[in-house]
Design a protein around this ligand. Sequence first.
Ligand SMILES: Nc1nc2c(c(=O)[nH]1)N[C@H]1C(S)=C(S)[C@@H](COP(=O)(O)O)O[C@H]1N2
Ligand SMILES: [Mo]
Length: 425
Amino acid sequence: MGSERTSRRELLKGGAALAGGVTLGELASSQAQAHDHPMTPGSQNASPMILGSKELVEYGQRSRYVTSVRIQHPPGGRPSPDLFGKVFHVASPLQDSVGVITPSSLHYVATTRGSYMPDIDPKLHTLTIHGLVDQPLTLTMDDLKRFPSVTRLHFIECAGNRHTPRQKTVQETHGMTSCAEWTGVLLSTLLKECGLKGSATWFVAEGAEEVKGASSMPIAKAMDDCLIAYGMNGEALRPQQGFPVRIIPPGFEGIFHTKYLRRIKVVDRYYMNYNDFGHLREDPKEAALSEQIGPKSVITYPSGGQQLPGRGFYEISGLAWSGGGAIRTVEVSTDGGKKWNLAELKTTPQRMAHVRFGYQWTWDGNATEILSRATDEIGQVQALREQIAQWWNVPVERNYRVPGLDNSVMPWKIAKDGSVTNGLA
Ligand SMILES: Nc1nc2c(c(=O)[nH]1)N[C@H]1C(S)=C(S)[C@@H](COP(=O)(O)O)O[C@H]1N2
Ligand SMILES: [Mo]
């Protein structure tokens, strides 16, 4: 045990040397403390045994010391009458996230206002594909699972994921996005089975609730990469994520990811639906053009509400994603945007999936501002709020609302005492 600990210490020292030969400060001293109190059986720090409760044996639970949870979004938002309970929007705790996969229990949730969460028996559920097809299909869940499957990592992001000066944590500013591994059948596979008529240019995906959660999408998207998903992170979809089946149109605004999918109608024009009037644009010309999420990134550590224990070495960590494809690069600035440095991508960037980035930084203890900016594989660069204001010819006031989807660069302020706060405030 002793030698293991020493080597880990040396490893940390090595990392700090790479980052400019500085001492680790707080990090090193906490390691030394750990060394003084080894976790040997019988010592004060030895943990009591966890008994095999039904919950731990049958369907695993996390440690009771891990307490990160989802929260209502926005805090104090309007209550909903649905089965799930009180809120339409629930944000994921990005400040505690590691890697790129959001655990299903912590995936953000968005429910259309006035909607409810249906409790669907998968044996009774069917998916119908009809409209401008040669042969309409009605599939049971068992039928669907007989088609060749694909498994892909994709993020979803709600259009309501926008950062304002009043929000305090990254969960509040950016928690309405998550990334999961989805398993299902490509919509193109099913449409080939039906045979598309020449006039087919759009399709409408409809959910099972009263408000039908319907959206129109181009048939080109259907034939490209839309996934009819029944699996999530290695198991069945969760009810809040659309059990037993939903559509994943990768990179499109969250509202297009219809849950409880029961019908796909192939049509020859953009169909205006409840979603267009409730959430999207009411002008069909604009609505038909506002689907794709722009390149976006956010630093999750250090982020609002967190506290740096002191000057020294840190790895700045965050997430980046784009509806335009895979992320190509992420840059981090630690001086309020004067100098931008290339960050390290911690996972292989995949199309329309979160990628984790890291940047090794030695904080000198002075007040500063840290920011991140993403560039995707088609060359789109995440814009600063100032740039977006210029395009729209609006003044950059503190409360300025970025028009459309807000993928602007997010600043975090770090004070001399190490406290981290919203840089827009
Ligand atoms: N049937 C149905 N599909 C739906 C919704 C809904 O309320 N009903 N909400 C949409 C919205 S606004 C978003 S952002 C995403 C959120 O997916 P999630 O709740 O799995 O995170 O689902 C979309 N699909
Ligand atoms: Mo949404």
